[in-house]
Design a protein around this ligand. Structure first.
Ligand code: B12
Ligand code: SF4
Length: 444
């Protein structure tokens, strides 16, 4: 049996291949490849860097779908189905919008795949694929499976190994799709499983793609203790409350953490309140203490901000940019608040009739990546799009990259940090311009 696994891009230009230079290994496809078993011939096609093998025949084509790649995923699915291949869709978007996804595939998988993937593969082998499979989040995510990392060879991925300790998060920020998918539960793997996985691969640099690696602090501490003897360097994503737990912070650094993506989101408590970002609001001091703690531990922070709150104005966004530059964060994202389906934020905007693009921006031919998909309260959608783009452009300007470099506690702390800083800042700068305004799906 021949199985093709696909990672769709956000958008794609037919005649000039858009290559995402910051692309990383698609972990879910490595797992699906491994869980398919030894009797299945598996191929991986990554739309971010290569052409789709439409002319080859496969018994099953499996596509992972996030909301921003849904339009492109549906196009790819249609091409394969036209050629007689069966297509299954899974991941965040089909789980949150099954009726829509079903219209574009022979079969869809809801929730995590571990519990049903074997059955689905057997059904596909017999030509008896069911229209829908209900998976579930398991208390031992991933089970004993080690991802098929051989599938990643020669794809030009960044030289970092992706792995995962936990899935989900216990907080309830209302714009975040994680809530809707995991229902505020946090599922962690046994620490021994993670250690075995890291030992089974060669690299010493690991990105834990957890939604919030510190969501259950005691479990995180167990993991960090076990990582210390492995002498790896790692990064992940975590909520800012980590900085209030000295033991957690000490273990984190001792185990080789270089830094985390941290969702600061806004420096205005009113905005944090608007989206239920309770985890950021305790003893709110504009993050001064939290940032000091992060720097004292030498952590290089990727500060994630969101813009488009009802209280945001062009002036307040200017202050936010100054805040980010002033604190010399290693990287920062200024993402537009985006109404992802099945989130509280989406429902609120829909009820107030503030959604643009007929409410389904992810399918709309005119929608562009990083454009506002709703009517902001205090400026126009175009103005918000423009301001957020300028914030990204300014934060990533050569002058800003140069100035931010001079931070003794983080970037200047070691040669390794310096090299990391100068390798990734120019790369991310390029991506700011390349991705801005990218049409979703195929363009001429
Ligand atoms: C790692 C990550 C990234 C990495 C990408 C790494 C890579 N490989 O390229 C980086 C940091 C680059 C990134 C960027 C972005 N990301 Co991101 N990312 C994630 C994260 C944290 C983990 C994904 C992952 O690898 N999980 C591990 C695998 C094993 O789990 P899984 O994907 O859930 O797969 C399981 C099931 O879903 C299912 N499954 C998945 N696919 C399929 C397919 C089939 C056929 C089947 C049967 C089953 C199946 O089976 C798997 C095993 O059970 C997710 C959060 C999440 N929990 O999904 C956000 C997430 C996917 N990202 C999100 C967003 C918004 C973005 C950005 C758009 C942010 C931005 N504004 O720039 C960008 C866009 C990236 C791009 N394409 O250009 C959102 C998407 C929301 C949505 N509704 O789609 C998520 C869900 C985060 C969130 N808090 O909401 N991201
Ligand atoms: S803390 Fe992060 S992962 Fe958790 S619900 Fe909020 S935004 Fe989502």
């Amino acid at each position: 049996m021949k199985l093709l696994l696909i990672k769709p891009n956000i958008g794609r230009r037919e005649h000039s291949l858009y290559v995402d230079q910051g692309r990383m290994e698609p972990l879910m496809l490595g797992l699906l490849g491994a869980m398919a078993g030894p009797n299945v011939e598996v191929k991986l096609a990554d739309d971010r860097c290569e052409a789709m093998p439409y002319d080859e025949q496969f018994d099953l084509v499996a596509i992972t779908v996030e909301t921003f790649s849904a339009r492109r995923a549906y196009e790819i699915s249609a091409e394969f189905r036209r050629r007689g291949c069966k297509v299954v869709l899974g991941g965040m978007h089909p789980t949150l919008l099954p009726e829509e996804a079903s219209q574009h595939a022979d079969s869809i998988v809801l929730s995590d795949a571990e519990s049903i993937w074997g059955e689905l593969i057997e059904d596909a082998r017999r030509g008896q694929l069911k229209p829908q499979y209900q998976g579930r989040c398991q208390t031992r995510p991933q089970g004993e499976t080690l991802p098929r990392r051989d599938l990643y060879r020669k794809k030009g991925y960044l030289p970092v190994t992706l792995s995962q300790f936990g899935r989900g998060c216990r907080f309830a920020c209302d714009y975040c799709a994680i809530n809707s998918y995991f229902h505020r539960q946090h599922y962690t793997r046994p620490v021994a499983d993670v250690v075995r996985e890291i030992e089974a691969q060669q690299r010493k640099l690991v990105f834990f793609v957890d939604d919030n690696i510190v969501a259950t602090p005691e479990r995180a501490k167990e993991l960090f203790r076990a990582l210390i003897p492995l002498r790896i360097r790692w990064m992940s994503q975590g909520s800012v409350d980590m900085t209030r737990d000295p033991e957690l912070m000490a273990l984190m650094t001792e185990s080789g953490c270089l830094g985390n993506v941290i969702g600061f989101e806004s420096i205005a408590p009113k905005s944090l309140g608007e989206v239920g970002k309770a985890v950021n609001m305790q003893n709110f001091d504009q993050y001064e203490q939290a940032i000091k703690t992060l720097k004292d531990h030498g952590l290089m922070t990727w500060a994630a901000f969101t813009v488009g709150y009802d209280h945001d104005t062009p002036e307040s966004l200017g202050e936010l940019l100054n805040f980010a530059m002033g604190h010399k964060f290693t990287f920062a994202a200024f993402n537009l608040l985006t109404p992802y389906p099945s989130t509280g934020f989406y429902d609120r905007l829909a009820a107030a009739d503030r959604l643009l693009y007929g409410g389904k921006w992810w399918l709309h031919p005119d929608y562009r990546f990083n454009h506002a998909a709703f009517r902001p309260a205090r400026m126009s959608a175009d103005e918000l799009t423009e301001i957020s783009f300028r914030m990204r452009a300014k934060f990533n300007s050569p002058g800003s990259i140069f100035k931010r470099f001079f931070d003794r506690k983080t970037h200047l702390r070691s040669l390794y940090n310096m090299i990391g800083y100068w390798t990734y800042n120019p790369l991310f700068r390029k991506e700011v311009f390349r991705k801005q305004g990218l049409r979703l799906g195929l363009a001429d």
